[in-house]
Ligand binder design. Structure first.
Ligand code: BV8
Ligand code: ZN
Length: 246
């Protein structure tokens, strides 16, 4: 794929680059997106499942759902998109990953600076005493309980819950100070995560969207690629590398 020369020039002179990602970057790893045609939400409403009240009402059902997703995630591996973003660390001075995904695939691909706005499915904590659990949980006696008797829940952000302040503040700083802000595989409908796109725009970042279709923010970006992120990102990093050597 021949990339527009200005983009390559722009990227070559860029110091700080942010990759803001959603479920679409993990689609090529076999993890269903939320709103895609085979999206997990199609069968279930996000509000119904990813919220605290549903968990209290029916923890079995919610754990069944997260255990199902955890199994898929454990059987999957980072794809060319995750790997290209990890490789970008050897091209740009500062690379920051801001993800809405709870699947841990950016870290597994080797990305060092990863801000998880909506948590991580590998971590869990007790809703009563907040003790953290990262080992495999024991479901032999039903939903996992803490030694204090409290219910254990996945350390993910549910609708109506605040995002982890440290992660969001760091993500906001990166969006405000970066040269190029990539928006990869997200429908950009969930807030306050999607507000980072506007913060980057307001602070003069060059916005590049990578998605297989138009989204809510396509109107405000500087450049869009409507192809799978695995293909676009790996070819783009290759192109920048070669242009650096020639
Ligand atoms: C909160 C973790 C404060 C759990 C998730 C302002 C306006 C409107 C609504 C609100 C607002 N502010 C707050 C709200 C409410 C709500 C919200 O945004 N609702 C939406 C639905 C309108 N936000 C909240 O509740 C947030 N908390 O605001 O707290 C507060 C507190 C008290 C009272 C009031 C407010 C918390 C939101 C976080 C929820 N948790 N995940 C879990 O995962 O189980 S959100 C979850 O859904 C994901 O993390 C992600 O954020 C979102 C899914 O979006 P995407 O990742 O983009 O996935 P999607 O399937 O939609 O799109 C995939 C894209 O990829 C598509 O565009 C597709 O074309 C593309 N694609 C597919 N294949 C490829 C590809 N692209 C490239 N290559 C491919 N191969
Ligand atoms: Zn406890």
């Amino acid at each position: 794929m021949q990339f527009d020369k200005n983009l390559i020039e722009k990227l070559k002179e860029s110091k700080s680059v942010v990759f803001f990602t959603g479920a679409g970057i993990s689609a090529e790893s076999g993890i269903p997106t939320f709103r895609g045609k085979d999206g997990i939400w199609n069968k279930l409403k996000p509000e119904e499942l990813a919220n605290f009240d549903s968990f209290l009402k029916n923890p079995e059902l919610i754990w069944e759902w997260y255990s199902h997703r955890k199994k898929i995630i454990h059987e999957s591996k980072p794809n060319a998109g995750h790997i290209a973003i990890a490789e970008a660390q050897n091209i740009f001075t500062e690379v920051t990953v801001v993800t809405q995904n709870i699947d841990n695939l950016h870290r597994r691909a080797g990305s060092k600076t990863v801000y998880e706005l909506h948590g991580n499915i590998e971590r869990n904590y007790c809703i009563k005493c907040k003790t953290f659990y990262s080992e495999e949980l024991d479901f032999s006696k039903g939903v996992p309980k803490c030694k204090c008797g409290g219910l254990i829940r996945p350390d993910v952000v549910w609708f109506g819950e605040y995002l982890p302040e440290d992660q969001f503040d760091a993500a906001e700083k990166a969006a405000r100070t970066c040269d190029v802000f990539f928006i990869v595989g997200t429908s950009a409908v969930v807030y306050p995560a999607a507000s980072l796109v506007f913060i980057a725009k307001q602070n003069g970042a060059y916005l590049v969207e990578v998605n297989i279709e138009k989204t809510e923010i396509s109107e405000i970006v500087d450049l869009s690629f409507y192809e799978p992120s695995g293909k676009i990102l790996s070819e783009l990093m290759k192109d920048i590398r070669t242009s650096q050597t020639t």
